[in-house]
Design a binder for this molecule. Sequence first.
Ligand code: PMP
Length: 281
Amino acid sequence: GKVIFNGHIVDREKAIIHIEDRGFQFGDGVYEVIRIYNGKPFTLKEHIDRLYASAQKIYMEIPYSKQEVKDLIINLLEQESASTCNLYLQISRGVVPRNHVIPETASPTLIGYLMPGTRPVDLMKTGGKAVITEDLRWHYCDIKSISLLGAVLAKKKATDAGCLEAILHRDGIITEGSSTNIWMVQNGKLFTHPANQFILNGITRQKVISLLDFNQLPYEETGFTVEQLQNADELFLTSTTMEIIPIVEVDGVKIGNGTPGDVTRKLQTLFEREIEHECGH
Ligand code: PMP
């Protein structure tokens, strides 16, 4: 197959990363995962904007225009006859002799390729389980950094417990999941952590907020406690690849009556309409 490599579309075998690439050695880079439905990218502009915002936060200048990156993506989707899958896009600082100091001249390494991925339709219906664990990541969670060890170690806690996700808390306040944003419904109102340095402002999170605004559903971007989460009427997570997944059990205890709630299911329907509207179905 073909991949995006430094401004071109090349055969996958031709895309080879240097041992002194700072992405490889320092985790010095940023990335995006973009959902492709029926060969069409969903919320492409939002993802590209966030990639450039992440790059700016780490003092990296992307040597391509946003339009050039979008064109590369559209080109790749065409050449690969993409259907429903995920696009992984990463840009690292580039290749320079190993040194912590950010080099003044380095030419960033851009890669992009398609990964298989179907919609998690069963999980959407039945919901998944989660564990709660301390958020031991750093304080730059708003940057979509390729340094993911904190997230990887948190996710291990979930999978070791046979769960889908690890829900993280800082000093008793729920931040987000290891790779998802977390939402609570209490008395018909939705709550999610504000978009600051303690969470990644998910594109799916932002899409849900726009749906809440448009449909005049009450919500607050406010942190809530572990105890509030345990006593929530409904819980769900959002992410590009998982969309909206009910969380029906946390640390072995049922949330609400242990089945997906009405507000969550309504949002799933509204979200599905957005996908259909943007990408057909
Ligand atoms: N938080 C974290 C830590 C994540 O890694 C992700 C997905 N990569 C999200 C939230 C969800 O973001 P999005 O909806 O943009 O996929």
